[in-house]
Ligand binder design. Sequence first.
Ligand code: ATP
Length: 199
Amino acid sequence: MIKVGLTGGIGSGKSTVSAILKNNKFKIIDADNIAKEVLEKNPQILDTVRVEFGAGFFDWRGEFRRKEFGNHIFRFPKQRVKYEQIIMPYIKKYIEEELEDYRKKKEKIVILDAPTLIENKMHEEMDYVILVCADNSVQIRRVMERDKLSKVEAVSRINSQMSMEEKKEYANILIDNNGDLENTKKQVDDLMKFLKLVC
Ligand code: ATP
């Protein structure tokens, strides 16, 4: 089974490309969905978060204040690394299980859609790494629009991640998402032809 990592920067268009691949019947493992599932199924993770990050991230009923926590770890990259050290082993285990399920079903190719594929070294397990890229200015504009953020907030989110230039060093396949959606779809069409050839 061929494993393909799909990644990008914030607002670069990874979810857009992933949706096209899914519509074309490619099997996708979505690391963001897995992260949510992992939190629901493993309450001990939030117990650790409470100890490590403080009770302030939980409301009076004990509910996790997800948005406030998300903002906090975006603002302080070291805190994000600390959180990822807690949750990543679970996420990786779930991903491994999904991969195993697909292997048993004799799938020829599976795509792992993960925003921090490279930062968390998951690219090392992949046969190919696709990077969806967009220039900084395009990322900022799209993130401001999509998430209703100020320019300062959008820039700080983008800067908290590994730079696109650095990510390019780990990628085999680049999708340039600076243009319109038609242009991106054409590139994804070519990508799908390639993937069907190699599997
Ligand atoms: P994140 O990792 O932050 O979730 P992402 O890389 O998955 O972001 P998308 O959500 O796919 O990025 O795209 C960001 C925003 O830009 C979305 O609102 C999307 O609809 C829009 N967008 C993506 N590609 C294009 C394009 N080629 N032309 C215009 N808008 C686009």
